[in-house]
Design a protein around this ligand. Structure first.
Ligand SMILES: CC(C)(COP(=O)(O)OP(=O)(O)OC[C@H]1O[C@@H](n2cnc3c(N)ncnc32)[C@H](O)[C@@H]1OP(=O)(O)O)[C@@H](O)C(=O)NCCC(=O)NCCS
Length: 168
């Protein structure tokens, strides 16, 4: 069944998302810190939720920019993921995901990772579909989108280079 896309422009605030969960022993390495792979999984989900809320379409993850783990998150701490759409292109859009640890007993919060992800909107048959425009109203939102455009150029350049390299 063909579903008509609703291309009504939306504000980033309309799709901004916050995910919170407690780090359980099953999520941790032998040091009692959450596994990097688990954090990456949650980042993908948090970014996708914001983009789904913006596009209300199926999406695939096209790229995740380089990721750093600035501080460990311990078993018993909360992991908080805040995601928002930074910029919309034609059939793709970028989300920023900030990851925080929060100590349950003290409330001390630290930024542990920041990730930029690109998602591509697809129809059931896999074809790319246009995404609704992002309403950019403040100077800060304009600057965020300009920075996203710079990152987009860089990642498409990296993609071209990767595709040209011989495989191992
Ligand atoms: C991502 C994917 C759809 C791109 O397909 P493609 O034919 O190479 O891309 P196109 O040249 O048609 O570009 C489509 C859009 O994706 C963007 N795009 C494609 N590859 C990209 C990349 N590596 N990084 C960022 N954006 C990318 C393009 O800029 C374009 O955006 P625009 O329409 O907003 O300008 C395809 O490579 C794919 O299906 N990859 C696997 C996705 C996946 O399995 N993800 C994990 C599970 S969800």
């Amino acid at each position: 069944m063909l579903v008509a896309m609703d291309l009504t422009p939306k504000r980033a605030a309309e799709s901004a998302t916050e995910m919170v969960q407690v780090v359980l022993p099953n999520d941790a390495n032998p040091l009692g810190f959450i596994l990097g792979g688990t954090v990456m999984h949650l980042i993908d989900i948090a970014g996708a939720i914001a983009c789904h809320r913006h596009t209300r379409s199926l999406l695939v993850t096209a790229a995740v920019d380089d990721l750093q783990f600035l501080h460990p998150i311990k078993v018993g701490d909360l992991i908080i993921l805040k995601s928002r759409v930074t910029c919309v292109f034609t059939t793709s859009l970028e989300a920023q995901v900030d990851v925080y640890s929060e100590e349950t007993l003290t409330g001390r919060r630290m930024l542990t990772s920041r990730a930029f992800l690109t998602f591509v909107a697809v129809a059931q048959n896999g074809s790319r579909i246009p995404v609704p425009p992002l309403l950019v109203e403040t100077d800060e939102e304009r600057q965020t989108c300009e920075e996203a455009n710079v990152r987009r150029e860089a990642r498409l350049r990296r993609k071209r280079v990767t595709l040209q390299q011989p495989s191992v």
